[in-house]
Write a protein that binds this ligand. Structure first.
Ligand code: ADP
Ligand code: MG
Ligand code: MG
Ligand code: MG
Ligand code: MG
Length: 442
């Protein structure tokens, strides 16, 4: 610890850092900051910095509000868009109780717990996320609109796209912050973009997803645009997903790869798929956590709806990309970028481990387009759907021991309370669609 600590102190001094943001997320994945000065950094690295947890959603009751932040020295990074003099850096933190035990309401701790369970079997989880987002114009008063200025399509290279400049700048900034960007392109919908970074261990990737969203929003703003990770901002066009590519490594080798198998997948890989499919409906409550998430999970917009897997087509929930060797992976296509990445990754891994431990065989792969089947055909093949609403998903979560366990009782209780309240707020609203439909009809 001391070596890592001294490295951070040296790096901070060398970079002329004046302020450090200690970052962590609340249960919903909202990034929180406690800013300190360079003079307090050593104390912070020793985990001696206390903060008031009562103002953070889902953290503590007022009477037990003292929390300690333990920065992870591996996560030190300087914000490249800030001036060189008096610069700003950040450290991701775990939240601890005053008695030195990990705080049960900290999502990063929740993920670490499931990672430890995988480590007991010798596995480290590798995750490669594909984050999609929209860039919208802001109006005269600085408020975001739903207007885009481009007419570009998928992989389009025309210069009409104002977002191109912003995206290039996002890529460069992320690279300066240690991201290895593998691809960056315009997506199918107007104003929609995707930036992919190289897979890495699950904890590092969860930290990176949180950082990614914050960087993309910041850089968009500097280009006079609003970036949103809202899953379905506009009806009638594609929504934004966050496909989660996942695999397990053991001693540096990808255990999902088996050259002897006809599909070149190992028993572990098949069981992992089995586990993901078994728990997919409960995972939705975490990986698709908003009312709006379920407006994306509908037929016709490349988003998954049915519980099936395939190596060939892109319509099912789980796709096995053709690459093998170190790139052998399972791609879960349901998650969207409004999720708390710590909890979403924890839920997926927990499901996969359940599959491996209990040798859950997946159903036969479905290489036909499920959307072209009728209800009866799907029923005959035993193909079910993802939940159709946040309410349905939360009920699935409550009924699923394994995914409940991924969150732990503290996070589960606060999470379900928040999501039920969100659903109720939505449910009692009168939406434009209803007025359009019924006002003149009745
Ligand atoms: P798609 O074909 O679905 O558009 P992309 O090429 O956009 O896929 O993204 C693939 C993602 O999968 C990248 O983030 C990549 O780093 C990641 N990936 C590659 N190999 C693995 C692996 N073994 N485990 C997890 N993720 C991986
Ligand atoms: Mg992609
Ligand atoms: Mg691609
Ligand atoms: Mg995409
Ligand atoms: Mg994908």
């Amino acid at each position: 610890h001391d070596t890592l600590k001294n490295e951070v102190l040296a790096k901070a001094r060398e970079a002329g850092v004046k302020f450090i943001r200690l970052q962590f997320t609340d249960i919903l994945g909202v990034l929180k900051n406690v800013a300190i000065t360079i003079e307090q950094l050593e104390k912070a690295l020793d985990g001696e910095l206390m903060f008031d947890g009562s103002s953070i959603f889902g953290f503590t009751r007022i009477e037990e509000s003292d929390m300690y932040l333990r920065p992870d020295p591996q996560t030190f990074v300087v914000f490249p868009w800030r001036p060189r003099e008096g610069g700003v850096a950040r450290l991701m933190c775990d939240v601890y109780n005053p008695d030195g035990t990990p705080f049960a309401g900290c999502p990063r701790n929740a993920l670490k717990k499931v990672l430890a369970e995988a480590a007991e079997l010798g596995y480290t989880m590798q995750v490669g996320p594909e984050l999609e987002f929209f860039l919208f114009q802001v109006d005269g008063s600085g408020a975001p609109s739903l207007k885009t200025h481009d007419r570009a399509g998928y992989f389009d290279l025309t210069p009409v796209d104002l977002g191109e400049n912003a995206r290039r700048s996002m890529v460069l900034t992320l690279e300066e912050m240690g991201f290895e960007i593998e691809a960056s392109h315009h997506e199918v919908a107007p104003g929609q973009h995707e930036i992919d970074f190289k897979y890495s261990n699950a904890l590092d990737v969860a930290d990176k997803i949180v950082t990614f969203k914050f960087v993309v929003r910041t850089i968009a703003q500097r280009h006079g645009l609003h970036a949103t990770f809202m899953p379905k901002p506009v009806f009638g066009i594609n929504g934004s997903g966050m496909h989660m590519n996942q695999s397990l490594f053991k001693n540096g080798a990808n255990v999902f790869f088996d050259p002897q198998d006809p599909g070149q997948l190992s028993k572990d890989a098949y069981h992992y798929i089995g586990g993901l499919l078994k728990h997919a409906r409960a995972i939705a409550a975490v990986a698709n956590p908003t009312v709006n998430s379920y407006k994306r999970l509908v037929p016709g917009y490349e988003a998954p709806v049915y519980l099936a897997w395939s190596g060939r087509n892109r319509s099912p929930l789980i796709r096995i990309p053709a690459k093998r060797g170190m790139s052998t992976r399972v791609e879960l296509r349901s998650p969207d970028p409004s999720c708390n990445p710590y909890l979403a990754i924890a839920a997926c891994l927990k499901a996969g481990l359940d599959g491996i431990k209990n040798e859950i065989a997946p159903p036969l792969p479905c290489d036909r387009n499920i959307y072209e089947m009728d209800e009866a055909e799907r029923k005959e093949l035993g193909i079910y759907s993802l939940p159709g609403s946040l309410k349905e998903a939360v009920d699935e979560l409550l009924a699923d021991e394994v995914i409940r366990d991924a969150l732990g009782p503290h996070i589960l209780a606060k999470y379900v309370e928040a999501k039920n309240a969100e659903w109720d707020q939505y449910r009692v609203q009168v939406h434009n669609w209803e007025v359009d439909k019924y006002l003149t009809m009745f």
